[in-house]
Design a protein around this ligand. Structure first.
Ligand code: S3P
Length: 180
């Protein structure tokens, strides 16, 4: 039996982690491998609002964005067989984490601060409102330090130096182990 066949649960798979750890790329491929629905919370919110996340921050404020995340977390928790790539802070909210963990396996993707900086800089398509200031590097380090403990509550998956496919394999292995 392959690793994928060994995963016999309808539970959602939730990916959390700092910006630039690869939640969306890993989530998309993982969903494809498992035959699950892929959901990216930032994309759903942006689509429903008709504007990009940074525009929502600018026009409505961060609090309004967080309220949208909380509502979406509750909605998604009712579904099954979804791979959910969450915005970088969504699972650090205790209520969001509780509701999504009830029928979900949560994995936290980690990368070194250096790698996060390189990935965020390379990803010119995404505007990240929290890093929009004059010194994104210091902001990344400060936010990372602030959030480290919160992310550490979830099953860790290290992504530094790994391809997307290797990270997907690592998640599948952890899922299969959890079934035994
Ligand atoms: C945020 C991360 C972003 C997005 C928003 C806030 C954060 O998602 O939700 O800009 O607070 O870490 P990604 O982690 O997908 O970049």
């Amino acid at each position: 039996m392959t690793t994928l066949q060994a995963i016999q649960s309808d539970d959602n798979i939730i990916l959390t982690g700092f910006m630039g750890t690869g939640k969306s790329s890993v989530g998309r491929l993982l969903a494809e491998r498992l035959g699950y629905t892929f959901v990216d919370t930032d994309d759903v919110i942006a689509h429903r609002c008709g504007r990009a996340v940074h525009e929502i921050f600018r026009r409505e404020g961060e609090e309004a964005f967080r309220a949208r995340e909380a509502a979406l977390a509750r909605e998604l928790a009712a579904g099954k067989r979804q791979v959910i790539a969450t915005g970088g802070r969504l699972m650090l909210d205790a209520d969001n984490a509780a509701v999504l963990s009830r029928h979900g396996r949560v994995f936290c993707l980690w990368a070194s601060a250096e790698e996060i900086m390189a990935r965020v800089a390379a990803d010119t398509a995404a505007v990240r409102p929290l890093l929009a200031g004059p010194d994104p590097e210091s902001r990344i380090r400060a936010l990372y330090a602030e959030r480290r403990e919160g992310y550490a509550r979830f099953t860790p998956i290290m992504t530094s130096g790994q391809t997307v496919s290797e990270v997907v394999q690592a998640v599948c292995e952890r899922l299969a182990v959890a079934q035994e």
